[in-house]
Design a protein around this ligand. Structure first.
Ligand code: DGL
Length: 257
């Protein structure tokens, strides 16, 4: 029995989409969530900038006495999970774009992979894509602009059409079997993305994200390492590099969705 909290990190609010999955399956665990809202978005930054901000964030979580860290940010994972696993002794669980289940579901249409510019350019993702059976089905679409709007707490259907139009219009009319939400922020606007996609593409446009899989992986690692907390009602502490008065209501709203 280990009551120490599990630390969750994202550039901002997106990591809450992974945290809410973890809370569902690990109700006894205590969690500390750190959103680097002041520095979001990470997606337009260089690899070194993202790696340095991620190292600061994990140091912060370690200083809070966490027993494991979840990188609930595809961009931070792509930029620095390898180095972090070398430098930290505690378990690090990370999210990655869910292209595997999306490709394994079959079909003859395309798989659209929506993510930050940084994620789509980084070697870790490019290697992951190379392991798919038919990588040419995957169309990477960096979507600058979405994270900034989600950081304001905006997530409604129809509220992203201008940005989606800009990034998706070159592909209008194609058959899309799957859309991978390869940024944890985008999970909150899954409905907005799907509703838009169904208007402009043929095919099912089924959504995939890595949140639930990452939460299950966290549960497995805690069990394997005997770090589980298996009684009592877990608690969540929210931390931000931004203004807590601004972000707390948004944290609370997104955790309830
Ligand atoms: N939520 C992040 C991700 O999963 C990064 C968003 C950003 O800061 O650009 O990639």
């Amino acid at each position: 029995m280990d009551r120490r909290p599990v630390g969750f990190f994202d550039s901002g609010l997106g990591g809450l989409s992974v945290l809410r999955e973890a809370v569902k399956i690990l109700p006894h665990e205590n969690f500390i969530f750190f959103g680097d809202n002041k520095n979001a978005p990470y997606g337009d930054k260089t690899r070194n900038e993202v790696a340095s901000l991620t190292a600061d964030a994990t140091d912060f979580l370690v200083s809070k006495g966490v027993k494991a860290v979840v990188l609930a940010c595809n961009t931070a994972t792509a930029a620095s999970v390898f180095e972090l696993r070398k430098s930290l002794t505690l378990p690090i669980i990370s999210v990655e774009p869910a292209i595997k289940p999306a490709c394994e579901a079959g079909g003859d249409g395309s798989v659209l992979m929506l993510a930050t510019l940084a994620t789509t350019h980084l070697e870790r993702y490019i290697r992951l894509k190379g392991r798919m059976q038919n990588p040419s089905r995957i169309i990477d679409i960096p979507c600058p602009g979405l994270v900034e709007r989600i950081e304001k707490g905006i997530i409604g259907v129809g509220e992203f059409d201008d940005i989606l139009e800009k990034h998706l219009s070159p592909y209008y009319g194609i058959k899309v079997d799957a859309i991978v939400l390869g940024c944890t922020h985008y999970v909150f606007i899954g409905e907005a993305v799907r509703e838009f996609a169904l208007r402009h593409f043929s095919g099912d446009c089924k959504l995939y994200d890595g949140g639930a899989g990452t939460a299950r992986q966290l549960g497995r690692r805690l069990r394997e390492l005997d770090l589980e907390n298996d009684s009592g009602c877990g608690d969540i502490e929210f931390c931000t590099s931004g203004d807590m008065n601004t972000y707390r209501p948004i944290f609370e709203k997104l955790m309830k969705i």
